[in-house]
Every structure is written in structure tokens, then in C-alpha cells.
Design a protein around this ligand. Structure first.
Ligand code: NAG
Ligand code: NAG
Ligand code: NAG
Ligand code: NAG
Ligand code: NAG
Length: 576
């Protein structure tokens, strides 16, 4: 049956006994509509449809998603019958339609009762409607005090509000488990007392939550320090009712009959952390020095001057052309190095000018070279940093993901990460963490920015940090929205959201994160010890000149071969 919207904007009916109560409720907190629920078999409810608010009038067959359609403030008025089956029908209709909307205020009309019974309180609590009031005999009004020893409290609408927010849950249990993923939640044994303790920035939040609303944590099973449970597992356990709420976060989803997700508690970036480019070895500095442009400049100038020098012989001195001079001109080599030498045809003016030019060139080149070499030897450059997914694909690095992340990863393969889609390795939680803590530079790992904070802290005092995150290696460009997961119709939802807004606006989340980091250092979970021992002074080693040795040996070999050839040629010439 489709709802009949009855926006009756008639004048206020002063004589109606209900209207003063409703307007008093309206003054406490404005509602935009009234949901009137009466049983179809119970014909003689009265004409209470003369309200100054839109009225949705339904019977026990009501079944539509109110939160999706009209999720503004609403007041529910249930015209109860006294027949327990019929009343149950009405409750169930309400339960179906007000999915994830347990904040509504429910007013029950039970005018035959002096004081509401414990059963009514039980039904309401069972369906998690906590803002309930009953109008009993003589229009006396009783408010439900959920979970309190005294369940019904008579209120006088002229003195105190009929509905108030529940602030005290009298220690009812929240069945929960921590994920033990630093820095979200951490379980450790206190070294002095031997007791288990917990910390973490999500734990601190929930601790504040239970303190404020008087809840108690109850562990679903005994806590074992170091037993990590991934967020998808805890999400599924919450949604299927194994636990009420997890001390963990998970990706935000829209509320449904499966469960509700709180407002965003934390926004993080999701990166792949890759090995950081390290300083190259001293030996490689020499390779860098003769790379590319420098070598070209050197060869061009050498050729120009060698050709000039070779030409001077036949042109100015009328000598024969000496072809070996064109190949290897040792006087030009000395000249470019800035050493003393003589041009051929040294007495001619053109030769003197060439000499002077070569002097200038030699001076500049050798000074530049020496300065550059000295700089690079003192402060060695780093190798190429992997900074985007294409470079990551072409590098020999192995990329690891946690098995649980597959759930979220499947939605993102239209992004740059598709370059490495086939190179991903998935590992179970325990193995994955062992790998990530191993700091092996042949691997890369997926990481959230809060987890990266721990890694950054760990590397803070390293002489050369081992891993890095790069903006080009974000798995999704926008932030990951993390929220707390709860069962559908959760009674915590409203309070959690309130508290999230408060701690966020006060900037406490960031403080809790930093505090957790400091605690982790104190209890020795983050070791800042550099795996590479610090060397104050480093001697020059034979290996530092590796390339020079190789060059030297090959030239030695070359000259030996040429020497043999010359010997052979001489023999052939003298003994024809
Ligand atoms: C409803 O009306 C019938 C008569 O039509 C009456 O017997 C019955 O008591 C009324 N019920 C209530 C709850 O007023
Ligand atoms: C919290 O609940 C307990 C009952 O478990 C109760 O004794 C205590 O007074 C409550 N605390 C507050 C501050 O109301
Ligand atoms: C959790 O539930 C989702 C579906 O909602 C499923 O795809 C996933 O495999 C489940 N994961 C675990 C660890 O149970
Ligand atoms: C709830 O989900 C968890 C994880 O998927 C599973 O291990 C557990 O058996 C489920 N429990 C129930 C009651 O379905
Ligand atoms: C790092 O991992 C690679 C292969 O994954 C392995 O060959 C190498 O031995 C590891 N290095 C260290 C120091 O464990």
C-alpha cells in the first residue's frame, strides 16, 4: 500500500488533548513530519489527523525505506491496541521501514495503562528504538530509560522535555575485537606488570566513546597480542553479527540492511611504498663523470685540434701526412689536459694562436672536470628513483599486497595501477607484515598513510632511508575514506557520528596518532636502529677505482697487441 500523504495545514485544534503534547515535543526538537501508525483491524482510533505537520498515515502493512525517501526528522505516533499480536505487527512494520533510522522519537498511545509494562520496554529495546515515550491513562507521559534499572520515568511536559538523548547506557556490553594493526589498535604486554594493555588511535577514540556513554567492552574471544585481523574480516564479522563493533576502520560504504558506516573518521592516502634511490658507489662516480655530453665535448675538441695539428705538417712545413697522428695525438692529449706540449710547426703564427686557444680550453675543461669529480666524490648522487607505475613495472622490484586488500583493489584497476596489474603478489596478513618489516629493498608494499607514518618514524634516524612514497604511486588519487562499521539499526551510530565530529573539529585524531607513535617507540615496537652501521670516516678502497682499473687493464692489453703488431710489421719490412 502506497503512503497517503496528508498535509493537513488546518488551524491548531486547541481542544485536542494530543496537540499540546506534540507541540511540546516539537519545541524540544523540530520534526518535519509525523508518521501515524495504526492497526487496520483497530477501527476506532480517533481523528488525530488535524496536525500542523505533514502526516504519513500507515497501518501494519507499511513497508518502505523511510531513510532513503524522507530521511529528515520524524516523529512516530503508534496507536497501540492492547492486543499483543496486533501491537507486534505494528512494531514490525516500524522495524522494516525505519531501517538505520533508530534516532526517531516514538510516541506510543496506550491510554488504558496506568504505568507501561516491562514488556513494552523490552520490545522497544529489542528493536533498538530507544527514544520512546508512552501516553498512558489520564494523559500521563512516561519516558523509556533504556537499560536503566528503572525503565519508565514519568515526565511532566511542562517541566522537562519528553524525549532526551540517551547518555547513559549503564554499562551494556559492546562485543568487539581489536585489529591490532598499528597505529589503529595495538595490544602489548606491560613490561613491569605483565598485564595486557591496549593503545592506538582508533582504540583511544572508542575508549572515549564508551567512557562518555557508559558502555563496556567485552572481547569476543581472548585477546592474543600480535594476532592481526585484517579489516575486511572484522568488517564481515561485524556485519554478520559475530561482534557489535570492531576496533578498526574500513572503507566507507553506503548504509544498507547489511550494516551502517559511520561518518568519516580518517582520510588517508593509499600508496605503494618503493625502495628509495640510494647513493651510488664511489666507483660509479667515474662512470657518471664521463657520461654523455662531457664525452661528446671532449671528442669534438680533440678532433678539431688533432685535425689542425695534422694539417699544419703538410701545409706549412711541406712534410708528408702522418696518418697515425690523426688517430692518436699525444701532444693534443697533453694540451687538453692543460700540460705542456708543442704544436707541430711551432714557429708559425697560426700554430701559436691554436696553442693559445688550446691552453684556454684545457684550463677550463680540466678545472671543471676536477671540480665536478670532487663534488661527486664528496656528495655522491643517487640512482634513478621509481616514481610512477610505469617505472615500477619496468623495475625488478616485487610488489606485495595483503590478501584482504583484493576486496578494495578490484574496483581500481581503471587507474594507473593497471600497469602493474599482473605483477601483484598477494600474501596473508602475517606473512605480509613480516615481509614489510623485513625492509628488503627488492620489494615494494602497499601502505596507508598512517602505516607509512610508522615506517617514516622508523627510518627517521637512518643515514639513508630505505623506503619512500611518491605522489605518482598513489593507488587512488583521492583519499581513502575510513569509517567505523556497525550493524544495521545500530544504537551507536548517532553517538559515534557526534563524537567523530567533535574529535575532528578539535584536531584530536592527529594528536592521537602522534601519541600512538610515541608510545610505540616507548614500548619498543618501533626500532629506530639503522640496519646499515654508521661509518664516520671511510678510507679510499681499491674497489673505488674499479672502472679505472678496468680501463687501465684494457688499454694495457691494447697497447701490448699493437706492440706485437708493430714488431711483426718491422720483421716483415726488414726481411722482405
Ligand atoms: C472501539 O470501538 C468499539 C465499539 O465500536 C468499542 O467496543 C471498543 O472498546 C473501542 N476500542 C477502543 C480501544 O477504544
Ligand atoms: C555506568 O553504569 C553502571 C552500571 O553498570 C552504573 O553503576 C554507573 O553508575 C554508570 N555510570 C554513570 C556515570 O552513570
Ligand atoms: C567479506 O565479505 C565480502 C562480501 O561482502 C566478501 O567478498 C569477502 O570475501 C568477505 N571476506 C572475508 C574475509 O570473509
Ligand atoms: C561471520 O563472518 C566471518 C568472516 O567472514 C566468519 O568467519 C564467521 O563464520 C561468520 N559468522 C556467521 C555467524 O556467519
Ligand atoms: C631480498 O629479497 C630477495 C628476493 O625477494 C632475496 O633474493 C634477497 O636475498 C633478500 N635480501 C635480504 C637481505 O634478505
Amino acid at each position: 500500500m502506497w503512503p497517503i500523504l496528508v498535509p493537513v495545514l488546518l488551524l491548531f485544534n486547541e481542544t485536542s488533548w494530543l496537540n499540546p503534547i506534540l507541540s511540546s515535543i516539537y519545541q524540544d526538537r523540530h520534526h518535519e513530519s509525523v508518521l501515524l501508525l495504526q492497526h487496520s483491524q483497530h477501527g476506532n482510533a480517533s481523528d488525530v489527523d488535524r496536525f500542523p505537520w505533514p502526516v504519513f498515515s500507515f497501518n501494519e502493512q507499511m513497508d518502505f525505506y523511510v531513510r532513503g525517501s524522507y530521511n529528515s526528522e520524524m516523529l512516530v505516533l503508534i496507536w497501540q491496541t492492547g492486543n499483543s499480536d496486533w501491537d507486534l505487527d505494528l512494531w514490525q512494520a516500524l522495524d522494516r521501514s525505519l531501517l538505520n533510522m533508530r534516532r526517531v522519537r516514538v510516541l506510543l498511545l496506550r491510554k488504558w495503562e496506568k504505568v507501561p509494562t516491562a514488556d513494552v520496554a523490552k520490545d522497544a529495546q529489542h528493536l533498538r528504538f530507544l527514544h520512546v515515550a508512552v501516553i498512558g491513562q489520564g494523559n500521563r507521559i512516561y519516558r523509556l530509560q533504556p537499560y536503566a534499572p528503572q525503565q519508565w520515568l514519568e515526565v511532566n511536559p511542562t517541566e522537562s522535555p519528553i524525549f532526551i538523548k540517551v547518555r547513559n547506557y549503564f554499562g551494556i556490553n559492546i562485543v568487539t575485537l581489536p585489529d591490532q594493526f598499528p597505529p589503529r589498535s595495538i595490544v602489548f604486554r606491560n613490561a613491569k606488570t605483565g598485564e595486557l594493555q591496549m593503545t592506538g588511535y582508533v582504540y583511544k577514540f572508542l575508549l572515549e566513546f564508551i567512557r562518555r556513554y557508559n558502555f563496556t567492552f567485552r572481547w569476543q574471544r581472548p585477546i592474543i597480542p600480535g594476532e592481526r585481523m585484517n579489516l575486511i574480516l572484522l568488517r564481515n564479522m561485524t556485519l554478520n553479527g559475530t561482534i557489535n563493533m570492531a576496533i578498526s576502520l574500513c572503507g566507507f560504504e553506503t548504509p544498507s540492511e547489511l550494516g551502517v558506516f559511520s561518518h568519516i573518521y580518517d582520510m588517508e592516502n593509499w600508496y605503494i611504498m618503493v625502495p628509495r634511490a640510494q647513493e651510488i658507489s664511489t666507483a660509479d662516480v667515474y662512470v657518471v663523470m664521463v657520461r654523455g655530453n662531457f664525452l661528446i665535448v671532449l671528442i669534438i675538441f680533440y678532433s678539431i685540434f688533432t685535425i689542425l695539428d695534422t694539417c699544419f705538417g703538410p701545409l706549412l712545413l711541406k712534410e708528408r701526412v702522418d696518418w697515425s697522428n690523426l688517430m692518436l695525438n699525444e701532444r693534443m692529449i697533453s694540451g687538453i689536459m692543460g700540460q705542456s706540449f708543442n704544436m707541430r710547426a711551432r714557429n708559425t703564427i697560426s700554430s701559436k694562436i691554436t696553442n693559445a686557444t688550446l691552453f684556454l680550453l684545457g684550463l677550463v675543461l680540466s678545472t671543471l672536470y676536477a671540480a665536478h669529480l670532487k663534488t661527486l666524490l664528496t656528495k655522491r648522487p643517487t640512482s634513478q628513483q621509481i616514481s610512477n607505475f610505469r617505472q615500477l613495472r619496468d623495475s625488478p622490484v616485487t610488489v606485495f599486497f595483503e590478501e584482504a586488500e583484493r576486496f578494495y583493489l578490484n574496483n581500481v584497476f581503471d587507474r594507473p595501477i593497471h600497469y602493474i596489474k599482473d605483477q601483484l603478489h598477494f600474501r596473508e596478513t602475517v606473512e605480509y607484515n613480516a615481509l614489510r618489516n623485513g625492509l628488503n629493498r627488492s620489494n615494494a608494499f602497499s601502505t596507508l598513510s598512517s602505516e607509512w607514518m610508522i615506517m617514516a618514524k622508523r627510518q627517521e634516524l637512518f643515514k639513508q632511508p630505505l623506503f619512500t612514497v611518491q605522489p605518482g604511486l598513489r593507488i587512488i588519487e583521492t583519499s581513502v575514506l575510513l569509517s567505523l562499521v556497525m550493524q544495521s539499526n545500530s544504537i551507536y551510530e548517532d553517538h559515534i557520528n557526534d563524537l567523530i565530529h567533535r574529535v575532528q573539529s578539535a584536531g584530536i585524531v592527529e594528536y592521537w596518532k602522534q601519541q600512538t607513535l610515541r608510545e610505540m617507540i616507548t614500548i619498543g615496537m618501533i626500532s629506530q636502529k639503522d640496519p646499515l652501521p654508521y661509518v664516520a670516516f671511510r678510507e679510499f678502497k681499491v674497489g673505488d677505482l674499479l672502472w679505472i682499473w678496468i680501463l687501465w687493464a684494457s688499454f694495457l692489453l691494447l697497447s701490448f697487441v699493437i706492440f706485437l703488431c708493430e714488431l711483426l710489421a718491422n720483421c716483415l719490412i726488414s726481411n722482405p
